[in-house]
Every structure is written in C-alpha cells, then in structure tokens.
Design a protein around this ligand. Structure first.
Ligand code: 5GP
Length: 186
C-alpha cells in the first residue's frame, strides 16, 4: 500500500490543511451574509468536491440541503477535453431554489461554463459558484465564480478531493504532483 504523502511524489504543498480551513471559515461567513433567510441547496460536483462539501457545509451555521452531480472531465489524463457528459444528474428539482455549485477547481472553465448553462436552464431562483481553486492563467471561457478559495498557478494539482488516476484524493492539503509520477502511469 502506497502512503498518501509518499516522499518524492509531491513537488510542493501549495495549500495546507490549515490554510484551507481558515479560508473556508471566511467564505462561510460571506455565504451566511449573502443568503440570509434563504434556503440554500449546495450542489457538489463529484468526486472532487466531496471534501469541500463536507468541510464548507460544517462551517455554515444554518441548515443546508445537499445534492450531487457527476460530469466527465479529464478521464485519466491531465488536460481538459472540453467534452462534458452527465454521469449522474441531480436528484432534486432546482426550479425556484437558491443553488450554490461547489466545484473543486476551475482550470479552462469549460466544465463549469457548461454546468452553469445546464443548471440555469432549470430556472433556479439564483445560481452561484464556489470554487476551492482557480487557475487564472488557464481560463479559456469566462465564468462568474462568486466565491474563490485560492488562485493557484497552472500546474496539475492533487489532494483535498482532487485525484490523479483516482489516487491522492485523501491527501489533506493541495499539492503539485511530481511529473515523474504520471510518466510512470500513463
Ligand atoms: P476545466 O473544464 O475547468 O478545464 O476543468 C475542470 C475539471 O478538471 C475539474 O473539476 C477537475 O476535475 C479537473 N481538473 C482541472 N485541473 C485539475 C488539476 O490540476 N488537478 C486535478 N486533479 N484535476 C483537475
């Protein structure tokens, strides 16, 4: 069994567990302020937003509902295909609901822009986006992201829900992966 923080696999920890917790607490306050007296439906994008959903929702002092959507993105590679497919749709009808999408990372913006368009067509009362990470240099399509955890450089990252070939999601920080790791496992 390979340790999640195997020495040599990670070039750099970009965002630590403590930094994530601190930033989520700040953004949770902002969300509480923005959604006073409203019922919020958090929509997590599987599987990357699992940790974010668990940690952010527990920082909120009001009760929220949760739903999940799974869309295809990178497969096993490290570049965006731009082709989006729904693998799992929402259980809830979001018409007239206040929906906040939780996304792990915005890279090219292609996935998110598609998702926002798709959900907007279902006529929610409001639709906003929360992204833990954003790579400003990689954005190809503009999407309004109301809540951003951290802007990071355009390197491939893993941890805190983000995977490489389904591994490393359970790393509690966000780290860059040594390119040697993915040249070993095409
Ligand atoms: P986009 O369509 O914005 O290029 O990519 C969005 C999706 O690609 C994210 O939800 C995530 O699943 C995946 N992705 C983008 N950048 C990274 C990265 O640096 N690491 C990992 N593990 N996944 C990424």
């Amino acid at each position: 069994m390979k340790p999640v923080d195997a020495a040599g696999d990670f070039l750099d920890v970009l965002v630590t567990k403590d930094q994530i917790n601190e930033r989520l607490a700040e953004l949770a306050k902002q969300i509480e302020n923005d959604y006073q007296n409203k019922n919020v439906l958090l929509v997590g994008v599987l599987k990357g937003a699992v940790m974010l959903m668990a940690d952010l929702s527990r920082q909120l002092s009001f009760s929220v509902e949760m739903d999940w959507m799974a869309v295809s993105s990178y497969g096993k590679g490290t570049t965006s295909s731009g082709v989006v497919r729904i693998l799992k749709d929402l259980d809830a009808d979001i018409a007239n609901r206040h929906v906040l999408i939780l996304e792990d990372i915005v890279d090219s913006g292609l996935t998110l822009s598609w998702l926002v368009q798709n959900l907007r067509a279902r006529q929610p009362a409001s639709l906003e986006v929360f992204a833990l990470l954003r790579k400003p240099e990689a954005i190809q399509v503009h999407v309004d992201v109301k809540y951003v955890g951290f802007d990071i450089p355009p390197d491939f990252v893993v941890g805190y829900g983000l995977d490489y070939a389904e591994g490393y999601r359970n790393l509690d920080s966000v780290a860059t992966l040594n390119p040697a790791v993915y040249s070993e496992r095409p």
